[in-house]
Design a protein around this ligand. Structure first.
Ligand code: BDP
Length: 695
């Protein structure tokens, strides 16, 4: 009997081994037989009264899902009559109710109602998600997305590499386009549609003019044509110097008539390839990229020129606010705000300014960017980073939803209590017509798209939050687990906790108490708190942590940089005093003596060390916990995650040892009682990072 059970196990292992390529759209058979048979009995056909390409996609998706989930072939009936709807799921895109916008949907038991075929596609995916995650078939739901443009920013280069990509090379496979479209893009497009992503910028913000050549526009057209049925519009990141490099003009000055004309003609040309072109994404005068300031012009001059080129079209201009200049006495925290503040009110209606969630650069924890709430006359877009540039690349398990929510839920107080960042982003706070949330994609050519199997959850969570930022991180995790990993109720609950604890854990062993920007130079992996020389002072670590004999942290109060003054008085009040400042942000705003007594009762030094050590212990616990899931997780995914957790455990220790050994030379304080000394020297730890730079 035992042998038989073993054999059965082996066979099922083979059958179910999962490379993750199906993402959360696996549609595994519903294991609970009662639920499955109840669902099955109530559904005999899909009736649809519309036959556009997109609505047909929706019906087919539902059919595929039901086949997998119920193990039953459900026929699709096209019928304008809608008479006999018994035991039918009914799909329509001609619902007239005023409660729905163009992308919204209404589900009433087995009816999926929308005003457009896109709303219908979203409604269908919501219905499928419900069947995958609930035991009740009949339910009612009305949904409209809170943010209009829900976008992935791909940082993909023309040569197929991906800037800050840790999951292989570019999914677009530029060299094969447009003649060969990678069939994996179907999966990518379905996944995006299933979470409501309706826009992608296809190339790196450090943009090559090559993307504006007819050669590449033909390739981008291939992508746009392919993604269109899934409701996804295509944007292009542009290099501001293109009129010179590509057009042969002598200048790229945005006020030059010839330059303006060049962009106008280029925009017209793009529309010949892509009639519903989404628009331009621009990184200008940032990290060496060209921009209007090269000609003594402002960001508004540059953005408005592109907006003018787009006149009469639906497309928009997304202008990034990620700018900072190399000023050793300045504070990078304030740069974007200070450069853009005088321009509030000067941007064309077609321009939206895209701001990173925090003032520095996608650190594992940042206070919300001070621009949010401070630009009443300019629509601001959110830029999150899904790819884990500063979160342990594809090796560390970090579920990002709580980090995203922390920013979205932050109160800017700009119009009194409740002026949350999410209300800035959805345009409601200042009554803006444009609204946009972007995430720097973590997708690549790896079979499972994201390298780390849990990276998929971050892509999923980003989309869900862009659609509805009020969803809780727990709910999103739970849905993703149920659709991707297991239906076992107990395991779902435990895995939700497991994921929820992962971001706090990562922060503990890397950047506790609000430390930031101490990663390895260039590659941004692992610790390098000792980095004191780089191309620019604000690319070093010492610029940020300011460790010295007298203490630790960047004083951003009135005593030094006064970046705090960029926030509303209530926020200044919250973060301005070390006694009351949230400990998670402490070193963002205060420089405090090593023996400063914190609200926890510990000194700054002891609290810091406790957190580093706890972080390492937490990863060990994560690892142990993961092992308990072995019987219920697909073996391939299980092994994949296990391997990466081992790396994470090793590297949490790397961070801990590096930071303890480095900071102790300043604090001159002993490790708190009970914490074990690292078994290596600072010199040995430094060598780990040095190897990254060997040639
Ligand atoms: C930084 C990345 C760099 C990007 C830059 C940006 O290190 O690769 O080009 O952001 O957002 O985080 O423009």
């Amino acid at each position: 009997m035992k042998t038989l059970a073993c054999l059965f196990f082996l066979i099922s292992v083979q059958v179910f081994a999962n490379d993750g390529s199906e993402l959360w759209l696996k549609y595994d058979l519903i294991e609970n037989e009662t639920v499955r048979s109840n669902f099955s009995k109530s559904i005999n056909q899909i009736v649809i009264d519309t036959q556009t390409e997109r609505s047909t996609l929706a019906a087919r998706e539902l059919q595929t899902a039901l086949k997998g989930l119920l193990g039953k072939e459900v026929p699709i009936l096209f019928s304008k009559e809608n008479k006999n709807l018994k035991k039918s799921i009914f799909l329509t895109d001609s619902y007239a109710g005023s409660e729905l916008g163009s992308e919204g949907f209404k589900i009433e038991n087995l009816k999926i109602l929308a005003k457009t075929d896109l709303g219908l596609l979203y409604g269908t995916f919501a219905f499928i998600r419900h069947i995958q995650t609930s035991e009740k078939l009949y339910f009612s739901q009305i949904e409209n997305p809170k943010v209009k443009i829900r976008m992935l920013n791909h940082w993909d280069n023309a040569n197929g590499t991906v800037e800050r990509g840790y999951a292989g090379s570019s999914i677009w496979k530029w060299f094969e386009l447009p003649n060969q479209i990678d069939p994996r893009l179907i999966q990518y497009a379905r996944a995006n549609a299933s979470i409501g992503i309706n826009a992608v910028s296809v190339n790196n913000v450090n943009a090559s003019s090559r993307f504006l050549t007819s050669e590449y526009l033909t390739k981008i057209k291939g992508v746009a044509d392919f993604l269109r049925p899934y409701g996804i519009k295509v944007f292009i990141s542009v290099n501001f110097r293109s009129p010179r490099t590509l057009g042969g003009l002598e200048t790229s000055d945005p006020l030059d008539a010839g330059v303006r004309n060049w962009w106008k003609e280029k925009t017209d040309e793009i529309h010949k390839y892509i009639p519903d072109f989404g628009g331009f994404l621009v990184k200008a005068n940032s990290e060496g990229e060209p921009g209007p300031q090269d000609y003594g012009r402002t960001h508004a001059d540059g953005a408005n020129m592109l907006a003018e080129a787009m006149k009469g079209r639906d497309g928009i201009v997304i202008w990034r606010a990620f700018v900072y200049k190399a000023d050793p006495d300045g504070d990078r925290f304030k740069e974007a705000y200070e450069q853009f503040k005088p321009l509030d009110g000067q941007f064309d209606k077609k321009v939206i300014v895209q701001v990173k969630n925090g003032p520095i650069d996608f650190m594992p924890r940042e206070p919300f960017h001070p621009m949010f709430g401070a630009f009443p006359k300019t629509p601001l877009a959110m830029e999150f980073q899904i790819t884990q540039e500063y979160l342990g690349h594809a090796s560390h398990l970090v579920y990002e939803a709580p980090m995203l929510k922390e920013c979205l839920d932050s109160d800017t107080f700009s119009k009194g209590k409740g002026s949350t960042v999410s209300k800035v982003i959805d345009g409601s706070l200042d009554n803006q017509a444009l609204s946009l949330m972007a995430g720097v994609a973590n997708t690549g050519s790896d079979a499972n798209f994201t390298g780390h199997p849990f990276g998929q959850a971050n892509w999923y969570a980003f989309g869900r939050l862009a659609w509805d930022y009020d969803l809780s991180s727990e709910q999103i995790a739970k849905e993703w687990i149920q659709m991707t990993l297991t239906q076992n109720t107990q395991a779902v609950a435990q895995l939700t906790d497991f994921m929820m604890a992962s971001h706090p854990t990562y922060v503990k062993y890397t950047y506790p108490l609000g430390l930031h920007h101490m990663m390895g130079e260039g590659h941004h992996y692992g610790p390098q708190p000792w980095l004191e020389k780089s191309g620019r002072p604000d690319w070093t670590s010492v610029y940020y942590h300011r460790a010295a004999a007298d203490g630790l942290g960047f004083d951003r109060t009135g005593k030094l940089s006064n970046a705090l003054k960029l926030y509303a008085p209530e926020v200044q009040e919250n973060w301005g005093k070390p006694e009351t400042c949230d400990l998670n942000y402490l070193m963002w705003f205060h420089h405090l003596p090593w023996d400063y007594k914190l609200s926890t009762g510990k000194t700054l030094w002891n609290e810091l060390m406790s957190r580093y050590y706890e972080g390492v212990e937490d990863v060990k616990k994560m690892n142990d916990k993961w092992q308990t899931f072995k019987p219920i997780i697909d073996p391939e995914i299980f092994a994949n995650v296990s391997g990466r957790l081992q790396i994470q455990e090793k590297e949490a220790l790397w961070w801990r040892d590096a930071c303890y050994l480095y900071f102790r030379d300043f604090s001159k304080m002993p490790l708190p009682a009970g914490l074990e000394m690292p078994n290596r020297t600072l010199e040995e730890v430094k060598k780990i990072e040095e190897i990254y730079h060997l040639r």
